[in-house]
Design a protein around this ligand. Structure first.
Ligand code: IPE
Ligand code: IPE
Ligand code: MG
Length: 253
């Protein structure tokens, strides 16, 4: 696609209703690397570069929330060498990339079992969250050691405890109360979820929050996912009819 086409696409997307929250499963780093005869770790490095670029694009589009899946509670199953590399990569990114995000007024939040992360990363997360806390532009949520099912279990436990100690009644439990116990409390549900790399599954990401999310899949590996594809995903989302179990307006008459 030529540069002028990209501009046209951007114009088209910007005049329609923008999603307020986009979620991305950053998948395909390993296969991207393998295709090039590189190590999987090289793919992860490239994936991190891609994240930087996409955050910029999303922020420039005026989108309010971006949630990216960086490491799942199941990813610990991978070889120690790969896990160690990823932890180093996250640590380095929190060190080196956050200042620029802070300058762009991006607010960072980390979703997941932070207590299960290495000490040095936990410390960085505290610093980064505190530093960007008052920022007003894009809310960047990084899902790190995140698992949708364990998130829901933790929320259930927390509500059970509140019932037990009498601070709420059993019958008071509703969707809003449970939602408020999730890592995503106060973040609206994503309207659009993008999964690159050709896989068509949710892999334990935002299970509760994606009840009515629109999904968009592409075969592109994450390190190659660019502005053009992001705009295509948004344009496609903008043409969908979201019914939430109801009917189209003209059919309900
Ligand atoms: C996503 O890329 C990064 C993480 C899960 C940490 P993968 O490492 O899953 O890449 P593929 O799916 O093996 O290509
Ligand atoms: C999902 O990708 C997790 C992240 C991208 C961080 P995986 O590569 O772990 O998912 P599966 O194993 O293909 O379902
Ligand atoms: Mg994968």
């Amino acid at each position: 696609m030529m540069q002028s086409d990209l501009k046209e696409l951007k114009k088209k997307v910007l005049i329609q209703k923008m999603p307020e929250h986009i979620a991305i499963i950053m998948d395909g780093n390993g296969r991207w690397a393998k295709e090039r005869g590189l190590s999987r770790t090289a793919g992860h490095k490239e994936g991190m570069q891609r994240l930087k670029k996409i955050v910029k694009v999303v922020n420039d589009l005026g989108i309010k929330h971006l949630t990216v899946f960086a490491f799942s509670t199941e990813n610990w199953k991978r070889p120690k060498k790969e896990v160690d590399f990823l932890m180093k990569l996250f640590h380095r990114a929190f060190d080196n990339e956050v200042e620029e995000l802070h300058q762009s007024d991006v607010k960072i939040r980390v979703l997941g079992q932070i207590e299960g992360l290495p000490r040095n990363i936990k410390d960085k997360i505290d610093k980064v969250v505190e530093m960007t806390n008052k920022n007003k532009s894009l809310n960047l949520n990084i899902a790190l050691n995140y698992g949708g099912r364990s998130e829901i279990i933790d929320a259930a436990k927390s509500l059970a405890l509140k019932v037990k100690n009498g601070s709420i009644k059993l019958d008071d439990i509703n969707e809003e109360k449970l939602g408020n116990e999730l890592y995503t409390a106060s973040i609206p549900d994503p309207q659009l979820l993008i999964r690159p790399s050709g896989e068509k599954r949710i892999s334990n990401f935002l299970l509760w929050q994606s009840a009515y999310t629109e999904f968009w899949f592409t075969d592109t590996y994450w390190p190659d996912f660019d502005e053009r594809e992001l705009l295509e995903a948004i344009a496609d989302y903008q043409e969908r009819e979201r019914r939430f179990g109801g009917l189209k307006e003209k059919d309900s008459r």
